[in-house]
Each structure stands twice: as C-alpha cells, then as structure tokens.
Design a binder for this molecule. Structure first.
Ligand code: PMV
Length: 309
C-alpha cells in the first residue's frame, strides 16, 4: 500500500488576468491536504478509483475520457509503463474544499500521480508531475492557466506567467494569511467563461483592467521579497477592487473582505475564481485572532490561518 499527499493553494494576486497573459502569484497551503492511497486489487478488476469524500467509485478505463481523476490515473499509469489497466484500487480523501478556489482538483490529481509513481517505484520530477496534472485540469476548467498544477506540484510560492513559465522567489519575511470560506461553491469554468464573454464584448476595457492587475502583481512580488507587509496589504485591496470591476466578486466575498479590514487586516481580497469560494486577509500575530473572529461573525463557513514562507 502506498500513500501520497498534495497541498491546497491560494492565489495571492492576479487571478483571472493570468488567463490573459498577465502574471500571478500563488502559494501552497499545507494545512489542507489531498491524499491518495494505492493498493493491489484482485486479478481482473482493473484500476478502480474510490473517491471517499464524494461517495463515488469508478473504473479508470470506463471514465478516462471525461472524468479528470480517471484521466490523471490513466496518464500516470502510461507514464510509469503500467498501461493499459493494472489491478489496483486508488482511494482518495481530501480536506481541500471542493470548488472554493483552493485547488482541490489539482491537489487530488497531484496526490494520485505521486501515489502511483511511488507505488511503481518511479521517480517523477515536479515539472513532469505538474505537466501531467495540467492535462487533467483541462477537463475541470477548459482553459486553465496552469498556475494550480505548478504551485501544487512544486509546493513553493510561484510568480507565474501563462505560456511563459514561472519563477520561484524569495519571501523576505513570512506572511500570515487568514483564508475564509464563503461556503458557496463556485465553478471556475463558469466564472472564467462568463468573464471571457464580457471581455469579448469590450476588449479594451478589460485589457486595461488586466494591465492594472499585472502592475499590481509585479509590485506585490517586490513587496514580498522585501518583506514590506503594509504595502502588500494595500496592493491586495487594490487587486480586490479590480476583481470587483471585472464582476467576479459577490456580496458574500465583499462582506468578508470588509470584515477582515475592520478587524485590522493589512489588506484583503477574494482569491481564485470568485463568485463564492474563498478570500484571503493579510494579518499579523497581533491581529489574527480578531480578524478570525470578525470573519466568522460576518458569516465565514471556515477560517484557516496559514504562513507563507
Ligand atoms: O478558483 P481557482 O483556484 O481554480 O482559480 C482560478 C484562477 C483563475 O485565474 C480564475 C483561472 C485560472 O485558470 O488561472
């Protein structure tokens, strides 16, 4: 029996604009993890996936065309020379909330790749894991930027530009983030395609918004490298305003963002696709308790505090 894990993630800056070629910054969230366990199965069963949290089980060979989990298992089995259909059971559990902008799909896929590779004693470099997971992400999201698979497979904060690549960068002083969940599920695919429609109706307007996000992301990276947390908080607030202008926020996210600022956060913004899911607030050791309380009073379904370093 072989078990492997992968963390969740948050986008700190630049979601949505990243789909249009502007940079974005994301970081792993190790407090929440997806797990995959691989065990031998009776002869003739083939490869089966048991997804405990959603109460589903299915055979890889029957679902690999449309189910991202079956697809990633099939791609990995091919990669490690075990195609077409070895007898094994892959059991998945995850505490990365589904459809909340925390990278649940990429986390589960990464855990599956790692567990299968380990089970067959193959070492796969993170870059290759990331590329495999991207192919499953396409089934979830349609046109993913690739940021989720990158940050989760490498487990490091990244500065990411779609189709160009990514850079790891120095985190000058650890950042304390409160991550609050609206409790509302949101489909990244839908939010991205709705924005695409608005963009196509008025490309100049949206290009301008994306450019301004791109500038904020570059400044945010510099502020993170220099450990300028107060500056970083202001940049978060500005990024949130631009996301509101793109119409990807919602009243529940705006309420949590407002509550975090009232509680003393240095800055706050939605993170990920928006229209539900999570927001992040930049806090300090002194303000984290109060911000946590304010977020819960404002209706947060859950609050996690994580340190980015
Ligand atoms: O909601 P998430 O964490 O899947 O993030 C989506 C981020 C977008 O920029 C909106 C889309 C993408 O593919 O990068």
């Amino acid at each position: 029996m072989t078990t492997a894990h992968a963390p969740g993630k948050v986008i700190l800056f630049g979601e949505h604009a990243v789909v249009y070629g502007r940079p974005a910054i994301a970081a792993p969230v190790t407090e929440i993890q997806a797990r995959a366990t691989v065990e031998p199965a009776p002869p003739g069963q083939g490869a089966r996936i048991v997804a405990m949290d959603v109460g589903q089980q299915f055979l890889v060979r029957e679902e690999a065309q449309e189910n991202p989990l079956a697809r990633i298992a099939q791609l990995t089995l091919r990669r490690v020379g075990q195609a077409p259909d070895p007898d094994l059971t892959i059991t998945i559990t995850s505490d990365v909330p589904i459809a909340r902008g925390m990278g649940s799909g990429a986390a589960v896929s990464t855990a599956i790749v790692r567990a299968l590779a380990a089970h067959f004693e193959h070492w796969l470099p993170s870059r290759e894991i990331s590329d495999l997971v991207y192919q499953a992400e396409v089934l979830y999201h349609g046109t993913p930027s690739g940021i989720d698979n990158t940050v989760i497979a490498f487990e490091k904060p990244v500065f990411f530009v779609k189709d160009e690549g990514w850079e790891f960068f120095w985190v000058g002083s650890p950042l304390l983030l409160a991550i609050a969940d609206t409790g509302i599920q949101s489909s990244t695919r839908k939010v991205v395609s709705d924005l695409r429609r608005r963009y196509e109706a008025d490309p100049d307007h949206y290009r301008l918004l994306f450019d301004r996000v791109g500038e904020i992301v570059a400044r945010a990276r510099a502020a993170i490298e220099r450990g300028e947390v107060a500056r970083l908080g202001q940049l978060m607030n500005r990024n949130h305003r631009l996301l509101q202008a793109m119409d990807v926020s919602c009243p529940e996210l705006d309420r949590l963002v407002g509550a975090a600022r009232e509680g003393g956060a240095l800055g706050a913004k939605l993170c990920g696709a928006g229209r539900g899911g999570n927001m992040i607030a930049l806090v300090t050791a002194e303000t984290r308790g109060r911000v946590d309380m304010m977020l819960r009073l404002a209706g947060a379904a859950d609050v996690i505090v994580t340190e980015i370093r």
